[in-house]
Ligand binder design. Sequence first.
Ligand code: G3I
Length: 517
Amino acid sequence: MSSVKRCRPTSTRGLPALLIGALILTGGSATAAQQDTLHELAAAQDTLHELAEAQGKYFGSATDNPELPDAAYSAILGSEFGQITPGNSMKWDTTEPVQGQFNFAKGDVITEFAAQHGQTVRGHTLVWHSQLPGWVGALPPAQVEAAMTRHVTEEATHYRGAVTAWDVVNEPFNEDGTFRTSPFYTAMGRDYIATALRAARAADPDAELYLNDYNIEGLGAKSDAMYALVRELLDEGVPLDGVGMQAHLAVQYGFPYQMRANMQRFADLGLDVAVTELDVRMQLPADTAKTATQSSYYRQVVEACLAVERCVGLTVWDYTDKYSWVPSAFPGQGAANLYDENLLPKPAYSAVRTALGGEDDGGEGGEPGVLKAQYRSNDSSARDNQIKPGLQLVNTGSATVSLSDVKVRYWFTSENGASAYSTWCDWSPIGCSTVTHRVVAAGVPKTGADHYLEVGFRSGSLAPGASTGEIQLRLNKADWSNFDESDDYSHGSGTSYADASKIVVYVGGEQAWGIEP
Ligand code: G3I
């Protein structure tokens, strides 16, 4: 069955991500001048969804009810994304915890949020072996089909008009392409899939009906199995509109093999394809190489979807590390999302923007990561009353970077909670008069990092391969009390310049180098 593409109604967009992230970082208390700058940034920037929409796709995020009271979180969710998927609240254990007792209250909160923000909703999910209440598995097999049909019918009927697409069956396959055992498979064999799809179509003739699975993004045994199944279903006249590729990727496992070709073969069957749960996790701690790989994976997924006309859009499995499922499911792994735990966009966010055709962040053709910071300590004592970082920036990209777009953060601790500082630029070949410097208190203090020295530039540019040359910086507290620099996040003891991953560089407001504390 061919699908009908729907357009999200036009809506007034809320505060964009950069503005909100910056307000959080400043503890919500941006000065009037900062607010103006942020508003300029905001006005200049399309949202991810707007960029995707210009290419005929949507860009969405998963969300969950406990996250919505977080005002900064929901402001970004409501403004940056044109589609949302409930991470948990439409699953069987929530909607029919006891046989015949339906509860759609949590899912209704999600569809209401979407309606208020002009977003579409992917319903997730009607039939799945997981988050399935115990009573289903305890039923005699002969009663499972009726229970499943009733569940699908009740839920899809309830959300008629509010949900544009359903993951009708989730994760039907094992890794080797055999069918996964579940109460449904045990009771009905593979026919449970057709039965569920037919029930969903009968309940909501307008919703797009999907089968959804992970590790089917590239060519391989599992995607071959999905391909064979959907061909058979289409041949049998079973209602099916699309295949959802979850895309829970990990930098350590490589990029899915021939994702674009794989998407295209499903599209060639007349099906839509959607990237439904995208995230890219890594073994912690993050470092520059893993972060760059992550950005590249996000970019490649977006490019694959853009290259396949029937790929209708992408959904990230929540947009921020703050609410990621990864650390609890894969201990030691994380940092999988587009925004960090402080709701600040990461390099992957910029990579996605660029892939969607948005403005570059680091100049022509530039992804973030075009600058690197080098540091040496100009201080012979880590326990005196001054901090003396030596800093230089090197353009490692292929495009010129405007220095007025660049901010650098050197993180330290105040020891006695001091709030007043003096900052100095003592010497630089680019001229100290072009260098700005100030101390800012962290919105959320971290170990070794409750303040940062922020360095910026009034003018100038850095050609590919060029360096600013050293910038000799210095700061002291107004009361001239001593620091203990030994535990400061960005402090190092090296006396010659070396790459410094604990000094963080932002280009155009987005992180381009280093690891935040
Ligand atoms: O609601 C209970 C709470 O009452 C209890 O105190 C707490 C203690 O563990 O658990 C809470 O339930 C958790 C639930 O999320 C709601 O937050 C479960 O433990 C937890 O396992 C569950 O994780 C969800 C996971 O599916 C379960 O498989 C994730 O949030 C959700 O993001 C994730 O989403 C799945 C997709 O549906 C399918 N594809 C894979 C994807 C990632 O696993």
